[in-house]
Design a protein around this ligand. Structure first.
Ligand code: IDP
Ligand code: MG
Length: 145
Protein backbone atom coordinates (compact mmCIF):
# COMPACT_ATOMS: atom_id res chain seq x y z
CA UNK A 1 0.00 0.00 0.00
CA UNK A 2 1.52 3.31 -1.09
CA UNK A 3 0.98 5.57 1.92
CA UNK A 4 -0.32 9.15 1.65
CA UNK A 5 3.21 10.62 1.57
CA UNK A 6 4.13 8.34 -1.34
CA UNK A 7 1.11 9.56 -3.30
CA UNK A 8 1.73 13.23 -2.35
CA UNK A 9 5.37 13.06 -3.43
CA UNK A 10 4.39 11.59 -6.82
CA UNK A 11 5.97 8.18 -6.27
CA UNK A 12 3.17 6.02 -7.71
CA UNK A 13 4.92 5.35 -11.06
CA UNK A 14 8.37 4.92 -9.46
CA UNK A 15 7.06 2.22 -7.13
CA UNK A 16 5.02 0.38 -9.75
CA UNK A 17 8.02 0.48 -12.06
CA UNK A 18 10.32 -1.10 -9.46
CA UNK A 19 7.95 -4.03 -8.95
CA UNK A 20 7.31 -4.50 -12.68
CA UNK A 21 11.07 -4.46 -13.36
CA UNK A 22 11.27 -7.42 -10.94
CA UNK A 23 8.66 -9.16 -13.11
CA UNK A 24 6.00 -9.21 -10.44
CA UNK A 25 2.43 -9.15 -11.76
CA UNK A 26 -0.10 -6.55 -10.74
CA UNK A 27 -3.36 -8.24 -9.72
CA UNK A 28 -5.27 -5.34 -8.22
CA UNK A 29 -4.83 -1.60 -7.75
CA UNK A 30 -6.93 1.27 -6.49
CA UNK A 31 -6.51 4.85 -5.36
CA UNK A 32 -8.65 5.27 -2.29
CA UNK A 33 -9.35 7.30 0.80
CA UNK A 34 -9.08 5.08 3.87
CA UNK A 35 -11.94 4.84 6.36
CA UNK A 36 -10.92 4.86 10.01
CA UNK A 37 -12.28 1.33 10.56
CA UNK A 38 -10.15 -0.06 7.73
CA UNK A 39 -7.00 1.67 8.99
CA UNK A 40 -7.61 0.41 12.53
CA UNK A 41 -8.15 -3.14 11.31
CA UNK A 42 -5.07 -2.98 9.06
CA UNK A 43 -2.85 -1.86 11.94
CA UNK A 44 -4.65 -3.79 14.71
CA UNK A 45 -1.42 -5.58 15.72
CA UNK A 46 -0.10 -2.16 16.79
CA UNK A 47 -3.25 -1.21 18.71
CA UNK A 48 -1.41 -1.46 22.05
CA UNK A 49 1.48 0.73 20.88
CA UNK A 50 1.86 4.43 21.58
CA UNK A 51 2.05 5.16 17.86
CA UNK A 52 -1.29 3.56 16.94
CA UNK A 53 -3.54 6.63 17.14
CA UNK A 54 -1.05 8.85 15.28
CA UNK A 55 -0.56 6.22 12.60
CA UNK A 56 -4.29 5.73 12.04
CA UNK A 57 -4.88 9.51 12.01
CA UNK A 58 -2.09 9.86 9.49
CA UNK A 59 -3.50 7.21 7.15
CA UNK A 60 -7.10 8.49 7.25
CA UNK A 61 -6.43 12.22 7.05
CA UNK A 62 -3.37 12.81 4.85
CA UNK A 63 -4.85 12.06 1.43
CA UNK A 64 -5.44 8.90 -0.56
CA UNK A 65 -3.37 5.73 -0.65
CA UNK A 66 -2.83 3.20 -3.45
CA UNK A 67 -3.73 -0.36 -2.48
CA UNK A 68 -2.11 -3.00 -4.70
CA UNK A 69 -1.93 -6.76 -5.06
CA UNK A 70 1.33 -8.09 -6.49
CA UNK A 71 2.04 -11.69 -7.44
CA UNK A 72 5.33 -13.47 -8.17
CA UNK A 73 8.03 -15.78 -6.90
CA UNK A 74 9.06 -14.79 -3.34
CA UNK A 75 7.16 -11.55 -3.87
CA UNK A 76 6.44 -10.87 -0.19
CA UNK A 77 10.02 -11.32 0.96
CA UNK A 78 11.53 -9.52 -2.03
CA UNK A 79 9.20 -6.55 -1.71
CA UNK A 80 10.08 -6.21 1.98
CA UNK A 81 13.75 -6.12 1.00
CA UNK A 82 13.04 -3.55 -1.71
CA UNK A 83 11.15 -1.39 0.80
CA UNK A 84 13.74 -1.48 3.61
CA UNK A 85 13.33 -1.23 7.39
CA UNK A 86 10.67 0.90 9.10
CA UNK A 87 12.84 3.94 9.82
CA UNK A 88 14.12 5.53 6.59
CA UNK A 89 17.41 6.56 8.22
CA UNK A 90 18.11 2.86 8.98
CA UNK A 91 17.66 1.93 5.30
CA UNK A 92 20.25 1.20 2.66
CA UNK A 93 20.10 4.00 0.13
CA UNK A 94 18.94 1.70 -2.66
CA UNK A 95 15.60 0.88 -1.03
CA UNK A 96 12.28 2.64 -1.47
CA UNK A 97 12.26 3.99 2.09
CA UNK A 98 16.00 4.69 1.99
CA UNK A 99 15.62 6.87 -1.09
CA UNK A 100 12.27 8.49 -0.50
CA UNK A 101 11.17 8.06 3.13
CA UNK A 102 10.88 11.16 5.30
CA UNK A 103 10.44 9.68 8.80
CA UNK A 104 9.00 6.63 10.55
CA UNK A 105 5.38 7.63 9.91
CA UNK A 106 5.95 9.03 6.40
CA UNK A 107 7.89 6.03 5.12
CA UNK A 108 6.26 5.80 1.67
CA UNK A 109 4.86 2.30 1.57
CA UNK A 110 3.50 -0.64 3.53
CA UNK A 111 4.42 -4.21 2.54
CA UNK A 112 2.90 -7.38 3.98
CA UNK A 113 5.04 -9.34 6.45
CA UNK A 114 4.24 -12.86 5.21
CA UNK A 115 2.10 -14.67 2.64
CA UNK A 116 -0.45 -15.46 5.34
CA UNK A 117 -0.72 -11.80 6.33
CA UNK A 118 -0.79 -10.76 2.66
CA UNK A 119 -3.84 -12.96 2.11
CA UNK A 120 -5.58 -11.41 5.13
CA UNK A 121 -4.71 -7.93 3.90
CA UNK A 122 -5.98 -8.70 0.39
CA UNK A 123 -9.31 -9.83 1.89
CA UNK A 124 -9.46 -6.61 3.93
CA UNK A 125 -8.49 -4.15 1.19
CA UNK A 126 -10.01 -5.96 -1.79
CA UNK A 127 -13.28 -7.56 -0.64
CA UNK A 128 -14.04 -7.84 -4.38
CA UNK A 129 -10.89 -9.99 -4.81
CA UNK A 130 -7.93 -9.74 -7.19
CA UNK A 131 -8.20 -9.39 -10.96
CA UNK A 132 -7.99 -12.80 -12.60
CA UNK A 133 -6.04 -12.83 -15.83
CA UNK A 134 -7.24 -15.27 -18.42
CA UNK A 135 -4.07 -17.19 -19.36
CA UNK A 136 -5.27 -17.25 -22.99
CA UNK A 137 -4.73 -13.48 -23.13
CA UNK A 138 -1.01 -14.18 -23.49
CA UNK A 139 -1.73 -16.00 -26.73
CA UNK A 140 -4.42 -13.72 -28.08
CA UNK A 141 -3.42 -10.19 -27.19
CA UNK A 142 -1.56 -9.61 -30.46
CA UNK A 143 -4.15 -11.11 -32.79
CA UNK A 144 -5.46 -7.62 -33.60
CA UNK A 145 -2.26 -6.55 -35.39
P1 IDP B 1 6.73 -1.89 8.89
O1 IDP B 1 5.84 -0.93 8.10
O2 IDP B 1 8.18 -1.65 8.59
O3 IDP B 1 6.31 -3.32 8.76
P2 IDP B 1 5.52 -1.97 11.54
O4 IDP B 1 6.29 -2.24 12.79
O5 IDP B 1 4.61 -3.01 11.01
O6 IDP B 1 6.57 -1.48 10.42
O7 IDP B 1 4.69 -0.63 11.82
C1 IDP B 1 3.75 -0.18 10.88
C2 IDP B 1 3.96 1.29 10.62
O8 IDP B 1 3.76 2.01 11.83
C3 IDP B 1 5.35 1.67 10.17
O9 IDP B 1 5.56 1.56 8.78
C4 IDP B 1 5.46 3.11 10.64
O10 IDP B 1 4.92 4.00 9.69
C5 IDP B 1 4.61 3.13 11.89
N1 IDP B 1 5.43 3.03 13.11
C6 IDP B 1 5.81 1.91 13.75
N2 IDP B 1 6.55 2.21 14.84
C7 IDP B 1 6.64 3.56 14.89
C8 IDP B 1 7.27 4.50 15.79
O11 IDP B 1 7.92 4.15 16.78
N3 IDP B 1 7.13 5.82 15.47
C9 IDP B 1 6.42 6.26 14.40
N4 IDP B 1 5.81 5.39 13.53
C10 IDP B 1 5.92 4.08 13.76
MG1 MG C 1 4.50 -4.30 9.39
Amino acid sequence: MIKPDGVQTRLIPEIINRFEEKHFSLKGMKLMSVERGLAEKHYEDLSGEHVFRRLVDYIVSSGPVVAMIWEGKNVVETVREMIGPTRPSDCEYATIRGEFGIDKIRNVIHGSDSVEIANKEIALWFPEGPVHWDKKINNYWNKFD
